[in-house]
Design a binder for this molecule. Structure first.
Ligand code: HEM
Ligand SMILES: *[C@@H]1O[C@H](CO)[C@@H](O)[C@H](O)[C@H]1NC(C)=O
Ligand SMILES: *[C@@H]1O[C@H](CO)[C@@H](O)[C@H](O)[C@H]1NC(C)=O
Length: 321
C-alpha cells in the first residue's frame, strides 16, 4: 500500500513537475489574422446553438489539452500507424468530444489566414468563448502558442491515478504546476456545465455517504448498478448549461454528481470547504478566481517562437500531410 502510494506520487511528479513561463501576447494575430476572434466566436455560438452541451465539451478540451504536457493541442492528434493518440487515453475515451467543431474552425481559419493560427490557440479562444456564451465571465486571452508534433497518451493515462489518489494528491499535482488550491477549486467550477456518464458517478450514488440520499436515489434510475455505462446526467443538476455558481451551491447541499467534486466539500472542515462556501455565496468571487486560474492554466507548458509548428490540420502533424 505504501509503495503504491509512493508510485502514485512519483507519477504525479513526472506528469506535473514542470512549470514553463509563457511568452504570449494579447495582440499576437492582430496583423496576421485579424478575423481570428470573429470566426471562432461565430462557430462557437453556432455549435452551442445547435447543441447546448457542446459549450461544455469544448471547454473541457482546454483542461485535457493543457493538463497533459501543456497547451500544445496534443489532444487533437489522431492515431497513426506509428503513434498512439491521447483521444484513446482513459480520461478521453468515449468522453472527450467537440473535435469536429475545432475542424470546422480550423478550416475557416486556414482559408482566411493560411498557416497562421495554431490549434493550441484555437482551443484557448474556443474555451474562452464557451465560458462567456454560457453566461460566464469574459476575459482576454494571451496568444502565440504553437502545436506539438507528438501525442502523449502515456502521460494522459497517468492522470487517472492522480484523480484516484484523492483530493490531497490533486491539490499537490496542481501546485506543482503553480496553480494554488483556491485556483484549483475555481477551475473545477467548470463543472457548472456539461454531462457525466454513469460510469463516472455510479460508485458515488450507490456506495458513498457524502451525498444527499434523496438526490442519490433520483440519479439511480438512469444509472443502474449494472449496464447503462454511457447514460449521461448533468454534472450541475440545477442549471446544466449555464456558467454560474450553482455547482458550488449543489456541493454545499451534498448534491455533487462526481465523487471528486463532492470531495471538495465535506461540511466537516475539509481543506477546500471554505473555498466552496465562498463561491457558493458569491458568483463574482467565483468568476474572478476562475478567470485568474484559467489564464494561468492556459499558459502551462506552451510552445512558442520556433518550437513545435502551426499545424494546417489539427488532427495531424504537418509532415504527415
Ligand atoms: C481534478 C479535476 C477534475 C476531475 C477529476 C474531472 C473529472 C471529470 C469527469 C469524470 C467528467 C465526466 C466525464 C464523462 O463521464 O464522460 C468531467 C466532465 C467535464 N469536465 Fe472535468 N474534471 C476535473 C477538472 C476539470 C477542469 C479544470 C475543467 C475545465 C476547466 C473541467 C471541465 C469539464 C467539463 C466542462 C465537463 C463536461 C463535458 C461534457 O459535457 O462533454 N473539468 N470531468
Ligand atoms: C459506450 O459508447 C461507446 C461509443 O461512444 C461504445 O464504443 C461503447 O461500447 C458503449 N458502451 C456501452 C456499455 O454501451
Ligand atoms: C472569497 O473569495 C474572494 C475572491 O477570491 C476573496 O477575495 C475573499 O478573500 C474570499 N473570502 C474568504 C472568506 O475566503
Amino acid at each position: 500500500m505504501a509503495s503504491l502510494l509512493f508510485l502514485q506520487w512519483c507519477m504525479i511528479y513526472i506528469l506535473f513537475g514542470s512549470v514553463a513561463f509563457a511568452q504570449l501576447s494579447d495582440n499576437f494575430y492582430s496583423k496576421s489574422c485579424p478575423q481570428v476572434f470573429s470566426i471562432i466566436e461565430d462557430e462557437v455560438k453556432y455549435a452551442i446553438n445547435k447543441e447546448p452541451r457542446m459549450g461544455a465539451s469544448l471547454l473541457r478540451l482546454q483542461f485535457h489539452d493543457c493538463g497533459v504536457s501543456g497547451c500544445d493541442a496534443s489532444i487533437l492528434l489522431d492515431e497513426t500507424p506509428t503513434s498512439s493518440s491521447e483521444k484513446s487515453a482513459m480520461i478521453n475515451l468515449n468522453s472527450a468530444r467537440g473535435f469536429e467543431v475545432i475542424d470546422t474552425i480550423k478550416a475557416r481559419l486556414e482559408k482566411a489566414c493560411p498557416g497562421v493560427v495554431s490549434c493550441a490557440d484555437i482551443i484557448t479562444i474556443v474555451a474562452r468563448d464557451c465560458v462567456s456564451t454560457l453566461g460566464g465571465p469574459s476575459y482576454t486571452v494571451p496568444l502565440g502558442r504553437r502545436d506539438s508534433t507528438d501525442s502523449h497518451k502515456f502521460k494522459a493515462d497517468l492522470l487517472v491515478p492522480v484523480f484516484l489518489a484523492g483530493l490531497h494528491a490533486q491539490i499537490f499535482a496542481f501546485k506543482l504546476k503553480g496553480i494554488s488550491k483556491t485556483e484549483f477549486v475555481a477551475l473545477t467550477g467548470a463543472h457548472t456545465v456539461g454531462m457525466a456518464r454513469c460510469t463516472s458517478y455510479r460508485d458515488h450514488i450507490y456506495d458513498d455517504n457524502n451525498i444527499d440520499p434523496v438526490f442519490a436515489a433520483s440519479l439511480q434510475a438512469n444509472c443502474p448498478k449494472e449496464g447503462g455505462d454511457n447514460n449521461t446526467t448533468p454534472i450541475d443538476s440545477t442549471t446544466p448549461f449555464v456558467f454560474d455558481n450553482a455547482y458550488f451551491i449543489n456541493l454545499m447541499n451534498k448534491k455533487g454528481v462526481l465523487p471528486t467534486d463532492q470531495a471538495l466539500y465535506t461540511g466537516e472542515g475539509g481543506p477546500t470547504d471554505a473555498i466552496v462556501a465562498n463561491y457558493s455565496s458569491s458568483k463574482d468571487n467565483f468568476f474572478k478566481d476562475f478567470v485568474t486560474a484559467i489564464l494561468k492554466f492556459g499558459q502551462l507548458g506552451v510552445l512558442t517562437g520556433t518550437d513545435g509548428e502551426i499545424r494546417t490540420n489539427c488532427r495531424k502533424v504537418n509532415t504527415a500531410n
